[in-house]
Design a protein around this ligand. Structure first.
Ligand SMILES: CC(=O)N[C@H]1[C@@H](OP(=O)(O)OP(=O)(O)OC[C@H]2O[C@@H](n3ccc(=O)[nH]c3=O)[C@H](O)[C@@H]2O)O[C@H](CO)[C@@H](O)[C@@H]1O
Ligand SMILES: C=C(OP(=O)(O)O)C(=O)O
Length: 419
């Protein structure tokens, strides 16, 4: 199994091209199932989750054409299966997002329950309840969600008692082809929801309110083909900015969108970074200074993203002072802390809070990645640890970071993939 071997090579310095967002690409690819025609998608990140999604679409019967720049054309007019099987779904929780498109367009869907994962339970009750309100008959049986509807789904007024990115996306997709108007209240406002809405509207959907907590979808009879480029990955961007900050270096992130990272940039400035932005770039310069510890509380967008929490744990672990990190989205998202403690980090966990007392230096160790962002935080820790850090189980990191070792090497890091 591949591992990443990392040594401290001093401050990072250089530029990095940010990839398309995994969390926008996945719902958009699933959304292509709604389209009556050819969907062309550009700026797709080359990631295991994207490959798994393409495999899922292929198994359902979609015709895929992929060019050498990883632009993908999808023709879902000849779907012959409506089942997302466990062997694919278990590797990628976003697979549940086929439910909305399949039931809306084909009136039936059988989707394996995604199950929990290292970060928490990850239930899908909001997805199921919302679709039931739109008239779907849904049973959960033997680990599968089995859904059907006679004719079209019906527009409904849906209130979500918890803000969920995935449920908002699934229900938007289901409502796109429904008969009548659907409103989703307490909807997620994440930029990835907005990218999905922009994609669907470009294909003829009638959706308003994307990026606000009330989304209105006027159902249409069909979507037509078209082209869409996936938005830049704000979490990948944030991770490279933390890599610059933790190594006291300077990094220019290109092909990104600073407007998606307000909460993260504010915290990096509080940590002492100088930040400059342009339309599609962000430059962070620490000017050789040690970062200052920051307090963080994760919450739905526009607040601080849970997907950046582990990286800021790494930053706080070598910062000046004490930073308190509160995780409010997932109940078990501190697995990286246990591994960082093995590298000499002084972090105590109390319930959903991690109290990080910055140390001067971490020490390299063999550590185990438990989930995607935990892996990223261990790589960041390795960049500032004495000796060698060997991060095991990096298949997690390959779910979300395109060629991470090449990108970091280009910034001057000492990192290589070993068998
Ligand atoms: C592929 C993708 O986009 N993944 C992101 C998405 O995951 P995902 O869409 O799975 O996360 P949700 O926004 O749904 O989860 C938020 C909270 O809602 C709860 N919940 C969710 C659904 C449900 O039916 N019932 C329920 O109680 C979850 O347990 C969690 O506590 O948003 C998360 C929160 O920003 C991010 O960390 C993930 O990177
Ligand atoms: C938790 C994440 O992804 P997923 O929802 O795909 O597990 C993530 O991107 O950090």
């Amino acid at each position: 199994m591949d591992k990443l071997l990392i040594k401290d090579a001093g401050p990072l310095d250089g530029s990095v091209k940010i990839s398309g967002a995994k969390n926008a690409a996945l719902p958009i690819l699933m959304g292509s199932l709604l389209v009556d025609g050819v969907t062309s998608i550009g700026n797709l990140p080359h990631l295991n989750d994207v490959t798994t999604t393409l495999e899922l679409l292929g198994r359902l019967g979609a015709q895929l054409t992929i060019d050498d720049k990883f632009n993908v054309d999808i023709d879902a007019s000849d779907i012959h299966s409506h089942e997302a099987p466990y062997d694919l779904v278990k590797t990628m929780r976003a697979s549940i997002l086929v439910l909305g498109p399949l039931i809306a367009r084909y009136g039936q869907a059988v989707v394996s329950l995604p199950g929990g994962c290292a970060i928490g339970a990850r239930p899908v009750n909001l997805h199921i309840e919302g679709m039931r309100e739109m008239g779907a008959e849904i049973e959960v049986e033997a680990g599968y969600v089995k859904a059907k509807v006679n004719g079209r789904l019906k527009g409904a007024k849906i209130f979500m008692d918890t803000i969920s990115v995935g449920a908002t996306e699934n229900l938007i997709m289901a409502a796109t082809l429904a008969d009548g108007v659907t409103t989703i209240e307490n909807a997620a406002r994440e930029p990835e929801v907005v990218d999905l809405v922009n994609f669907l509207n470009a294909m003829g959907a009638k959706i308003s309110g994307g990026g606000t907590s009330v989304i209105t979808i006027e159902g249409v009879e069909r979507l037509h083909g078209g082209q869409h480029n996936v938005q830049p990955d704000r979490i990948e961007t944030g991770t490279y900015l933390v890599a610059a900050a933790i190594t006291r270096g300077r990094v220019l992130c290109k092909n990104t969108d600073p407007t998606l990272l307000d909460s993260v940039l504010a915290k990096l400035e509080e940590a002492g970074a100088e930040i400059k932005t342009g339309d599609d770039w962000i430059e962070l310069d620490m000017k050789g200074q040690r970062p200052k510890a920051v307090n963080i509380k994760t919450a739905p967008y526009p607040a601080f993203p849970t997907d950046m929490q582990a990286q800021f744990c790494a930053l706080n672990s070598v910062a000046e002072g004490t930073g308190i990190i509160t995780e409010t989205i997932f109940e078990n998202r501190f697995m990286h802390v246990l591994e960082m403690q093995r590298m000499g980090a002084e972090i105590d966990i109390e319930g959903n809070t991690a109290i990080c007392r910055g140390v001067e230096k971490l020490s390299g160790a063999q550590v185990m990645a438990t989930d995607l962002r935990a892996s990223a935080s261990l790589v960041l820790s390795g960049l500032v640890a004495d000796g060698e850090t060997l991060v095991d189980r990096i298949y997690h990191i390959d779910r979300g970071y395109e060629t991470i070792e090449e990108k970091l090497q280009n910034l001057g890091a000492s990192i290589k993939r070993v068998g």
